[in-house]
Every structure is written in structure tokens, then in C-alpha cells.
Design a binder for this molecule. Sequence first.
Ligand code: SF4
Length: 421
Amino acid sequence: MNAHAPVQNGGCDVAIHQERGQRAVFCGLTGIVWLHRKIQDAFFLVVGSRTCAHLIQSAAGVMIFAEPRFATAIIDERDLAGLADMNEELDRVVTRLIERRPDIRLLFLVGSCPSEVIKLDLSRAALRLSQRLAPAVRVLNYSGSGIETTFTQGEDACLAALVPEMGESDAADLLIVGALADVVEDQFSRIFAELGLAARFLPARRAGAMPPVGRGTRFLLAQPFLTETARALEERGARRIPAPFPLGAEGTTGWLQAAAEAFGVDPARFEAATAPGRARARKALAAHRERLEGRRVFFFPDSQLEIPLARFLARELGAEPIEIGTPYLHRGHLAAELALLPRGATVVEGQSLDDQLDRCRQARPDLTVCGLGLANPLEAEGLATKWSIELLFTPIQGYEQAGDLAALFARPLDRRARLEV
Ligand code: SF4
């Protein structure tokens, strides 16, 4: 593990280490599981193998709909051997899909490891199919392959693919970037309205309603893993509002306040709009403080939510994050979060699985936040675990969800306490 320059943290230092080695993280296909619920007239067609189909099915296993908005076009041995024309097959699959599902307005062709290995050019396929299916259906592409992306980077790649589709506007607009559960989006819309701000959201719920962007746009990231999307928006002239992420009462207040200050909202108006939510969140959090206070928490790198979550657990619930792993760390986007981490916090960017497992076993944390693959073996060794994937599937942002977020961490400790009794 290589130590890098520590970052200044209001007088304290946070040590950021980097390590490289074997990783245990989902690939970017996983994002389809929450994205397909968000954009209601979109469809995600993975161009991949049976393994890819299996991953999506099992990740989404708990929420299969009668007519899901994702599928896998299987690349089989004939295709891999170059015996079939993949482009023709893809066109055939897409034509059949659109005939059967005329409600689809936006089709994402999602690249995978196999489609990358055979060098199938999905951007050309998307262009060709878009021309054929216009104006009813727009076809875009992005990669969710495990070679190029981990877990939440799939959402980043998907949203970045949407940016060129956004209309042009130089109006001074507030744009919220990152997929949020509808219930959370509605709550934030109400708060922004009380602040006198008309917030638009990327992604929108419908393909035809994506917000415009331009030099007047100021955007707030709702998720910490949107590096490419932010870059694409900045290339279109938009400016990011630096802020912490809206997890917990403090993070939500800091996030809202950053937008309020960027648009010159009167502090008294901000106070009036946020005080009730802050009070409700504080009350909800108090119910979980006893269970989490003083608990030592170890984060394996997975969702890129680890740093904001560690900040939330430490500052609002009195937990002690002993190692905060993250697959990637965007120092600019995470600057406000790093400044709020407790003294002595150790952040590890990247992963060397065996080394990290050794450190975890040695530390014997009260709670380990990790991917599904690591949770079972660690549970078998007597460690309480929390699946990080749940933090993406569950509405956790904002004041009204602060208590639910705390409960997600308290529950495994409760369960273990009951088992011990
Ligand atoms: Fe596995 Fe790659 Fe398919 Fe992801 S994209 S399921 S890593 S083969």
C-alpha cells in the first residue's frame, strides 16, 4: 500500500493510500438494475454473454417485473468465432424488440466484456439503428463491461451518454445530476421550490424530458461517482457547485446550502425551508445512535459512496470508520467530504483484495460494508456485514431518508446481537 500526500482536513490530516491488486467489485452492468426503473420509457439491451444475463437477472432478482426494461442479446460461440455477422444479428434483435415493445423511446445498447473482446462497435450500431428507428426511438450506447467499469461507473457511463442529447440553454438553471429514487427527487423538488429554485434532474423520468444545459447551468452532483458525466456537462459550459453529498442531515443541509448560496437565496429563507426536515432527520437518527455509537466500521471499496457514508456514520452517529476503501477517488468532487472525515481516518483508493481482507480480519470491525461476494465468507468468520449494493437500491438521500440510512447499518448489528443472545 503506497501512502500519498495526506489531504488537509481543517487542521487534521486524512491519509489517502493507494493500492493495486486483485479486485472484487461488480461490473458496470449492475447500474441497469436501478437505472431501468428511473427512465420509464428506456430499455437497456446488454450485448453480452450468458454470464452477463445471469448477473443482471440475479442482481435484479428481487424486483423482476412482468415486462422488465432490460434484456441481454447473447453473443454465442458462433459470434465469438466470427462466423456470424454480429451487426446483422443485433439489428434483428432490436427490430424484434421495438415491434414487441412500442412504448420504448430510448434504447441503450450496453457493451460488455465479450462485446469489447470481439471489438463490436456499438457506437456505430447505435447510430445506424437510431437513423432507422427515428423519430420514435433514440438509440445510444455505453459500456458496462468489467474491463472498463466497476459497479456504479455504469451509471456514470449511461448519464455521460445522455449529455450530448440534452438541448441547449444559457438560462441560469439548477441541474441535479445522478439517479435518485422518485420519492427522493420529489422531496428535493419541494425543498428547492421553497427556496425559489426550479431544479431539473438528470436523468429525467422520460426520454423526451431530459433537461437542457449550457453556460448558465450550475449543477449539483447527487452521487459521488459521476466523473465522466460531470466532465461532459462542463464541456457543455455547465459549472459544478462544490458540495458534500446529500446523505444524512448534515450532508443534505450542506448540499442544499451549496445550491442556495450559488443562487443567492436569502439565509432566512433557507433556514425556514430546511429547519423542519433537519429536525425530523435528527429525531430519526437519535433512534439509531445507541446501536452505532463507538462501533468500528470497515469499508471495502465498492460503490464509491464509501467516503460520504463514513462521514455520515462518524459525525451523525458516533461510529468510527477504521478503513474507508473506495475503488476511485475524485479529489475535486469529494473535497467537501474529505474535509469532514474524522481525524486519523484512513482512506484507501483501489484494492488489493487479500491485503485488505488481512487488515479486516486483524481489525475485527463491528461492521464491514462490502460487496455480496465477500459478505458470506466474512459472516461465516463471525463478522457482521452490510451489502453495499443495498445502498444503491434503497432511497437513502435527503432528510426523510436519514433514519432509514442509519437503520441499514444498525440492522446487521441488531441481528448479530440477537443471534448472540
Ligand atoms: Fe462479467 Fe464482463 Fe459480463 Fe460484467 S460485463 S457480467 S464482468 S462478462
